[in-house]
Design a protein around this ligand. Structure first.
Ligand SMILES: Nc1nc2c(c(=O)[nH]1)N[C@H]1C(S)=C(S)[C@@H](COP(=O)(O)O)O[C@H]1N2
Ligand SMILES: [Mo]
Length: 573
């Protein structure tokens, strides 16, 4: 009988004790869970799936909420005539109707998954997995979607499967069990001597508990309802958070869409056509904003409304200053190309990007506040409380340290700091590039520390001169002959003066530099290698700034940025 018992059936008392044979259970037939409970398990798992999916979507900062993605894919896939019918029938409410319809269909399928899972786990699981695959496909099918678009649906599906399994295991069973035999009839004859340590908790019950059927069902049902209730509540909270964040996001995005940035007082210098080295596999010199690396601690991207945004400049200043969005846009804005990079970028890594920023030089705002003589640092703070410590000198010298409002000729993308962020040439992002910035506190390194400094990173983060081989890729198989070796190098605010490549630790050889787009931007390079000898080879690169070659000593990113030469190993022939 035990082998025929469905998953989740209460183990017989003493089952965990090989020395104690199970008590006879004459009518303990294959217990069947009531359909309402199985359907409820499915619904709860469905709510968890959707909730986790939309939460993960916010965390990922992507518009790939599974429900929305499926809805959007449905709209795209709907033949035009059906769309017309829907539009004329439901009018402007058709999107809401679509989402409600989707929720109803999903609820029905979730309930079905529960009922099936209660009979046979694999059937129920299959329904969940198929739904998950549909959502992943829908998310991947959105325009511009990268493979990460499927993560929310995937996470939701995993969470849903887990919840379904947990609830199905707890389904109450309609079992009619006779009153268990008294201990006196116990075939082991151990009778009343059976101590509490001998019987696992909750499994051994004395006959005084009354009819086993009532006790078991009542407990089962209560436990199940509690578990289903908790799962549903958590799922609903997640859904609500997803909706709220989504609504705030849409509102700020809508405001962003209406903004027309003023023309710069000083336009960025014209970029020579030759900044791109023109080698396959080397990305564009100007990083498209959609491809620009994103690093921040924000779980939910801060939604800052420019109309209520202000920048407060205070601390060691003669005059506190408060700047509004309108005042900022009415200022003389400057445009500059600046390469931003992350201190966590390993040698050869891609946490680096180059863009054209539009903003007000920070020194002009600071000049209005008039920092006091003993100040040496500006602690910038974001709307979500993140902080960066920037040397006052880097913000007041003649470099283009900007209170930026534009990137690539458009308002900042929300994930890159809309409406206002800092961009400071020559410093890693963690000590300078505060997104969603709302506050500049003029202070001293001796008196204040920033977010990452409190977590073991250096208070100072000047960018280290670095170079990277983009082609050939590590592990590439190459034909003997001429091989294009190319990549990029950066030494913001000092400039790249030379790049060299080395084969198998031989002599360093000069690469050809692409045109310079200014000392604050990275510089591409290429070198042609005549690969004659078949076998394994190693290519290394190093860059020079006006002070000399980059350091070759390998060091990790902590506490102030990685050093060492980037290299690739390739196979020729
Ligand atoms: N508010 C805020 N700004 C921030 C951060 C952050 O966590 N929060 N991270 C910084 C770090 S470490 C880097 S490298 C840059 C990255 O900017 P990006 O995401 O626009 O590429 O932002 C900086 N600005
Ligand atoms: Mo960073």
């Amino acid at each position: 009988m035990t082998t025929a018992a469905p998953e989740g059936a209460t183990p017989a008392p003493g089952a965990a004790h090989p020395s104690t044979p199970p008590a006879p259970r004459p009518s303990d037939g294959p217990a069947r869970a009531p359909a309402w409970a199985a359907a409820l398990a499915g619904l709860a798992a469905g709510v968890v799936t959707v909730g986790v999916g939309s939460l993960v979507a916010i965390v990922a900062g992507a518009p790939t909420d599974p429900l929305v993605a499926v809805g959007a894919a449905f709209v795209d896939a709907t033949p035009a005539w059906l769309k017309e019918v829907a539009a004329s029938t439901f009018g402007t409410a058709d999107k809401a109707v679509l989402m409600i319809g989707e929720a109803v269909v999903l609820a029905a399928l979730a309930a079905l998954a529960g009922v099936l899972a209660a009979r046979r786990w694999a059937w129920g699981a299959a329904v969940v997995v198929v739904l998950g695959l549909v959502a992943m496909a829908a998310a991947l099918g959105r325009p511009d979607a990268s493979w990460t678009a499927m993560i929310p649906s995937f996470a939701g599906t995993v969470a849903g499967l887990w919840t379904l399994k947990a609830l199905v295991d707890r389904l109450p069973r309609d079992v009619t069990r006779p009153r268990r035999q008294r201990r006196a009839d116990d075939p082991t004859g151990r009778g009343e001597d059976t101590g509490p340590t001998d019987v696992p908790e909750g499994q051994g019950r004395s006959a005084d508990d009354g009819p086993a059927t009532e006790v078991t069902r009542g407990t089962d049902r209560r436990r199940f309802l509690q578990a289903a209730g908790v799962a549903t509540a958590l799922g609903l909270v997640a859904v609500a958070m997803g909706r709220l964040a989504g609504a705030a996001g849409r509102a700020v995005t809508a405001v962003r869409d209406t903004i027309r940035l003023p023309a710069p007082r000083t336009a960025a210098p014209a970029v020579p056509a030759g900044v791109d080295v023109g080698a396959d596999g080397v990305g564009p010199w100007a990083t498209p904003p959609d491809d620009f690396y994103r690093i921040d601690t924000a779980l939910v991207v801060p939604q800052v409304d420019p109309t209520t945004w202000t920048l407060r400049v205070h601390g060691l200043v003669e005059q506190e200053v408060e700047l509004t969005w309108d005042e900022l846009l009415a200022s003389d804005l400057v445009e500059a190309w600046v390469t931003l990079c992350c201190v966590s970028n390993p040698v050869g890594g891609d946490l680096v990007g180059n863009q054209r920023w539009l903003g007000l030089p920070v020194r002009e705002v600071l000049a209005r506040a008039r920092p006091l003589g003993d100040a040496d640092m500006v602690l910038s703070r974001s709307a979500d409380g993140w902080t960066a410590s920037t040397p006052l000198a880097a913000l007041t010298d003649d470099r283009d340290a900007l209170l930026a409002v534009g990137m690539d000729g458009a308002p900042l993308p929300v994930a890159h700091g809309f409406p206002v962020r800092l961009v400071v040439p020559g410093l890693y992002g963690y000590v300078s590039a505060t997104k969603w910035v709302t506050e500049l506190e003029v202070t001293r390194f001796a008196d204040a520390t920033a977010y990452w400094t409190d977590r073991g990173w250096s208070p100072h983060g000047p960018v280290k001169t670095q170079s990277r081989i983009d082609v050939p890729g590590d592990g590439a198989q190459l034909d003997a002959g001429e091989v294009v070796v190319a990549g990029t190098a950066w030494a913001q605010h000092r400039g790249i003066t030379r790049v060299q490549v080395q084969v198998d630790r031989g002599p360093w050889q000069d690469a050809t530099l692409a045109d310079s787009g200014g000392i604050d931007s990275w510089r591409q390079w290429r070198w042609t290698w005549t690969a004659t000898e078949p076998g394994r080879h190693e290519l290394r690169v190093r860059a020079f700034d006006p002070d000399g070659p980059q350091t070759g000593a390998a060091a990790g990113v902590l506490p102030d940025g990685a050093t060492g030469y980037d290299y690739v190993q390739v196979q020729v022939g």
